[in-house]
Ligand binder design. Structure first.
Ligand code: PGA
Length: 261
């Protein structure tokens, strides 16, 4: 069965104190939830993945050291292993501090930092080489959707960014569909729009790698997903969870999203 995942992308937000408060509240909720689930003998908990800014990574990793069901990763990595790249952080450094995940190809990186498909493919290689699970983001802009090009855009991003991999490598990949027009705007894709694109993405994986790979790929939705709309979005058969921005900064909301399966 493929994994259900709720991931929190904090972006460039929170002071260290705020981050500590957020994770301690989250942990209390998760502890209570686990106790409840054990009592009910239920096991369908999603995996939670937190993506704090680099500078907080080791602190947050310490909080969740050996804590079942919570992983911690970075929002980006450099495409090289090491060297004279002032201000950058490599995938091997992430691995060395114990991070298990990395986001690659977020639309803010594509747009504001000029990261193109070729560069993102290099970053994917680095992530895999260092045994990180890569959360690869794809998604169309509003004019692309309005002109009916959204499937083509997403297909191109996936082919160039990751569909050069071997089937086995896909085990360390999660796809996040994040329509750019929905990110941070309060406008969410409708459950039908999300399901339609997720099913399409799964069909692309199936065409190239077969049904086993397609069935095991977790495909997350991102873009103004919140405590109110998560349940409806996650109830779609091809939506395996969410990559949550703004709502992941509010512990009660984020916890409610985690419980939305
Ligand atoms: P949002 O961001 O939930 O604030 O729209 C999602 C994301 O950018 O990953």
């Amino acid at each position: 069965m493929r994994k259900k995942i709720v991931a929190g992308n904090w972006k460039m937000n929170l002071s260290l104190e705020e981050a500590k408060t957020l994770v301690s509240e989250l942990k209390v909720n998760l502890d209570n939830q686990s106790a409840d689930r054990v009592a009910q003998n239920a096991s369908n908990l999603p995996v939670v993945v937190l993506f704090p800014p680099y500078i907080y990574l080791t602190r947050i990793l310490d909080v969740f050291y050996n804590y079942e069901g919570v992983s911690v990763g970075a929002q980006n990595c450099h495409q090289n292993d090491q060297g004279a790249f002032t201000g950058e952080v490599s995938a091997s450094m992430l691995r060395s501090v114990g991070a298990s995940h990395v986001i690659i190809g977020h639309s803010e990186r594509r747009e504001q930092f000029g990261e193109d498909d070729g560069l993102l493919a290099e970053k994917m290689r680095q992530a895999l080489k260092n045994d990180l699970t890569a959360v690869f983001c794809c998604g169309e802009k509003l004019p692309e959707r309005e002109s009916g090009k959204h499937f083509q855009v997403v297909s191109d991003q996936l082919h160039k960014g990751l569909m050069w991999m071997e089937e086995k490598q896909l085990e360390k990949v999660v796809i996040a569909y994040e329509p750019v027009w929905a990110i941070g705007t309060g406008v969410t894709a409708s459950p039908d729009q999300a399901q339609e694109m997720h099913a399409y993405i799964r069909s692309l994986i199936e065409d190239k790698y077969g049904s086993r790979a397609a069935e095991s790929m977790s495909i997350l939705y991102g873009g103004s997903c919140n405590a109110k709309n998560a349940r409806e979005l996650f109830s779609n058969k091809d939506v395996d969870g969410g990559l949550i921005g703004g709502a992941s900064l509010k512990p009660a909301d984020f916890f409610q999203i985690i419980q939305s399966f």
